[in-house]
Design a protein around this ligand. Structure first.
Ligand code: NAP
Length: 325
């Protein structure tokens, strides 16, 4: 991704128009929702996240996802596991269950790799403009079909649009009911840049990594739990469906085959307007991944506010001692 990472989705083909049989349960999986992007290609909206997954658990999760109907896998060189994802792809494709052409693979260029766009495909020296121009060359040379951005604020996106020869197809950002990220989401939707919602379940398994102990979890939110109870869904399904129903590409991570299938079920569900609105109005807002560890005196973004161009909930600033708690 650019700036705070440039996203390199390598799209292959759109999904078949009809549904397909799930290899595991033999039932017909519903057709996958997809979105036509600003470059004319279609992206399957629901995907599997792979950050933090590794080894055998990652292999099982990618295999389960492909066999149960996922057609979009979200990766990054910074996750240090793309070799395992690739190996699993090869095995599944060789078995003939799923064809490579049917899969959308997103990969990303991490901040520190901006100077090596080609090798890293999917901090600080080259400008975002130079990095984007290198990425545009990847499209020119047929190495990827689509390019996008990640963690771009409205300000950074506007700036990039000022010089981009190829418009980003997507902006992958943190997004869930505890961080609706409205300014960026509204801006990108108006610009026909698809929003991909990362950490749609609140990224519980990165809690310790980023010292978030004690911060409320969206999966445990009382409104989410009560909606789940009303509808007979799981809380994760409520969150995934809310995101998908906004039109966002949604990429929950799981290494549990049961949860991977459970999450995908939302493509055939509908959140009633009443519940949808309740989730659109939750007061508590926080960036679970506030990137504070990347800020500091010798970085391009000395403060958290500069990092996100002011798009930081009050709660994050309080946590960082930047406003009175
Ligand atoms: P997430 O998808 O919000 O949450 C993952 C956590 O939820 C894991 O602990 C997982 O546990 C659990 N989970 C999954 N399904 C569940 C279910 N049905 N019920 C209860 N718990 C469930 O977190 P994330 O990994 O931060 O975000 C998703 C993906 O977005 C990443 O994997 C990555 O691909 C992408 N991402 C991109 C960026 C970026 O900067 N561009 C940043 C963060 C994330 P189990 O695995 O044990 O099931």
């Amino acid at each position: 991704m650019l700036a705070r990472s440039v996203l390199l989705p390598t799209c292959l083909k759109a999904l078949p128009a009809r549904g397909f049989a799930c290899k595991v349960c033999a039932a017909a999986a519903p057709p996958q929702p997809k979105q036509r992007l600003n470059n004319g290609l279609e992206m399957p909206l629901f995907g599997l996240g792979t950050w933090k997954s590794k080894g055998g658990a990652l292999e099982t999760s990618v295999r389960t996802a492909l066999e149960s109907g996922y057609r979009h896998i979200d990766c990054a060189s910074a996750y240090s596991n793309q070799d395992t994802v690739g190996k699993t792809f090869q095995e599944v494709f060789a078995e003939g269950t799923v064809a490579r052409d049917d899969i959308w693979v997103t990969s990303k260029l991490f901040n520190k790799d901006h100077a090596r766009v080609r090798e890293a495909w999917p901090v600080l020296k080259p400008s975002i403009k130079e990095t984007w121009q290198d990425m545009e060359k990847l499209v020119d040379d047929g190495l990827v079909k689509s390019i996008g951005i990640s963690n771009f604020s409205v300000k950074k996106t506007q700036h990039l649009l000022g010089y981009a020869r190829i418009k980003p197809v997507a902006n992958q950002v943190e997004l869930h009911p505890y961080f609706r990220n409205c300014a960026t989401a509204d801006f990108c939707q108006a610009e026909n840049i698809l929003i991909t919602a990362y950490s749609p379940l609140g990224s519980n398994d990165s809690e310790q990594m980023f010292g978030r102990e004690g911060i409320p979890k969206v999966l445990d939110d009382e409104t989410v739990l009560s909606i789940a109870q009303d509808l007979g869904w799981t809380p994760a399904q409520v969150l995934c469906r809310w995101s998908l129903q906004h039109g966002y590409s949604t990429i929950p991570k799981s290494v549990s085959p049961q949860r991977i299938r459970e999450n995908l079920e939302v493509v055939g569900m509908e959140l009633p307007a009443k519940h949808f609105d309740q989730l659109n109005n939750l007061e508590f807002q926080i960036r679970m991944l506030d990137g504070n560890f990347t800020t500091g005196p010798n970085t391009p973004y000395p403060t958290i506010n500069e990092l996100w161009d002011g798009e930081v909930p009050e709660e994050n600033l309080k946590r960082r001692g930047l406003v009175a708690a």
